[in-house]
Design a protein around this ligand. Structure first.
Ligand SMILES: Cc1cc2nc3c(=O)[nH]c(=O)nc-3n(C[C@H](O)[C@H](O)[C@H](O)COP(=O)(O)OP(=O)(O)OC[C@H]3O[C@@H](n4cnc5c(N)ncnc54)[C@H](O)[C@@H]3O)c2cc1C
Length: 393
């Protein structure tokens, strides 16, 4: 039998896969349990911020990400009728990161790359169709029961990583709370394959267009554009995704130019803000959407989850090395603080919409120090994951 430490990872999303890869690379026997028959292919998060790209670069994935994804070198702010008011160039951060850019790419395109890397490690096992239905822990280990076509199976390990998403069964089985609220407004994404430069000449791959207190976000993907709006509570999902509704909403931003928009469709989904009551319960470590959810504004939630995975997996490796979980405890507390005090504050809708925010961005763009601070915040560089908070400056 192997004398290596053993870790069970519940959930093969971007967060579980990142943590599993770091642990497998660190010599840990990893068993990954995933309810689905294959990785989730849904269109979800699309933004990879510099600190996340640094983590993925460390796995040797930067070349493939830059060749498959849409490079985002700047952030543009516009106001209807006035044109471009402010631009922020990420290259100004070159002294602070090896990745002074964002990449827009579906998370579903990145997960298979992580899985492929993980499967190169003989000490990593990935079990699909393994639905976690029971979780038990003692002072010395964890035992996780799954159900699936192979029947009921029990996987044992030294630690459990809870990375099975916002509706985490594992978190609930362990009795860990997930306090917070669901926003009344849902996220309405409108997609088009046309070149938006025809309608808004000079549009940048990440653009915010303001009309009074309202704003519309534009994200250029490798094969299409996403435009992100909010659907108010009184509008049903069916109505929100109907062209009659969303084209009227877009008219506020484009005016008569909406007539030029072709090949347009939409989807809508609920968002909330919640944080788990603890990130470390005995030998269970909570991360990613199982630990926090936030709005899509700024594209930070998945990135923050990948940062959880990076910091907590390294802290767990330190625990295995030293036999002492002090660093892990401090790291778990720090990641929870980051979710509550940084992630939720930055992504809360009110904090980053409205004419006041546009005025703030415009002021920052004109002053080097303010501009760099703004850029660090928008790219999450000022909330880079820290493995040992007591050593952080
Ligand atoms: C429509 C949509 C759009 C989004 N857009 C953005 C965005 O623009 N920017 C952003 O930052 N974030 C966005 N998000 C959120 C982002 O997708 C998540 O933050 C990210 O997926 C979190 O990764 P994760 O690995 O923690 O969880 P998940 O990706 O949810 O992965 C969890 C995995 O656990 C598995 N699982 C669940 N239950 C069990 C069980 N009982 N047993 C075993 N396995 C289980 C699931 O099948 C899944 O594979 C969006 C989400 C949605 C739904």
């Amino acid at each position: 039998m192997s004398s290596r430490p053993r870790v069970i990872v519940a959930g093969a999303g971007p967060v579980g896969l990142t943590a599993a890869l770091i642990l497998a690379r660190g010599g840990v026997d990893v068993t990954m349990l995933e309810r689905r028959a294959e990785l989730n292919r849904m269109s979800k998060a699309s933004t990879f911020h510099p600190p996340t790209l640094e983590i993925l670069a460390d796995f040797g994935l930067l070349d493939v990400l830059t060749s498959q994804g849409q490079l985002v070198p700047k952030i543009q702010y516009r106001e209807r009728g006035k044109g471009v008011l402010a631009e922020f160039f990420l290259a100004e951060l070159a002294a602070e990161t090896r990745c002074p850019f964002r990449i827009h790419l579906e998370q579903a395109a990145v997960m298979p790359l992580l899985l492929e890397k993980l499967q190169t490690f003989p000490n990593a096992r990935v079990l699909f169709e393994a639905n976690v239905v029971a979780a038990a822990q003692s002072a010395t280990g964890v035992a996780i029961t799954t159900e699936g076509p192979r029947g009921r199976e029990v996987s044992e390990g030294d630690y459990l990583l809870v990375a099975d998403g916002a509706r985490s069964t594992t978190r609930d089985l362990l009795g860990i709370g997930f306090e917070g609220e669901t926003y009344e407004e849902r996220v309405l994404r409108v997609f088009t394959r046309m070149d938006l430069d025809e309608v808004l000449p000079g549009i940048a791959p990440l653009t915010y267009l303001y009309v009074g207190n309202k704003s519309l976000s534009f994200l250029k993907m490798p094969d299409l554009w996403r435009m992100v709006l909010r659907a108010p509570a009184h509008i049903s999902n069916e109505e929100a995704v109907s062209p009659g509704y969303f084209m009227t909403r877009l008219k506020d931003y484009f005016a008569e130019d909406t007539d030029k928009l072709r090949d347009v469709w939409a989807d809508v989904f609920e968002v909330g803000k919640r944080v788990a009551s603890t990130y470390l319960q005995g030998r269970a470590i909570v991360m990613g959407d199982a630990a926090h959810i936030s709005t899509t504004r700024g594209g930070m939630n998945m990135n923050c989850g990948v940062h959880d995975a990076y910091a907590l997996a390294h802290a767990l490796l330190a625990t295995f090395q030293s036999g002492d979980d002090k660093v892990l405890q401090a790291c778990a507390a720090e990641r929870r603080r980051v979710a509550r005090e940084e992630l939720l504050r930055r992504t809360d809708t009110a904090a980053s919409t409205g004419a006041e925010w546009l005025a703030f961005a415009t002021k920052c763009a004109g002053d080097r120090d303010l501009r760099l601070k703004f850029l660090r915040s928008a790219t999450m560089l000022d909330m880079r994951p820290v493995v040992n908070p007591s050593l952080a400056a």
